[in-house]
Design a protein around this ligand. Sequence first.
Ligand code: SF4
Length: 86
Amino acid sequence: MTARVSIDGAACFACGLCYVLAPNVFVEGHEGKAELNPRYRSGSPYEGLVPDELLPEAVRGMMTCPVKAIDVAEVDERLEKLKNAP
Ligand code: SF4
């Protein structure tokens, strides 16, 4: 199972909690705002897919954010593959 993680860059106020408590998923970006670890980005610094083993950490970051700027959603991998097929 893979999870889609997204960060609302407008809502984030750079408190740093998510990237301190979930450093494998979130990193400090421009002006202290949260960004997704570059390894898992899909185009934007604010969105991407993280592997199953990082799901608990992603959820920890989401639960920690005081302004609910982080969303974590389950992804249907079969559907993703079909969508990305040539
Ligand atoms: S916990 Fe929320 S407000 Fe704080 S840096 Fe992370 S996304 Fe931004």
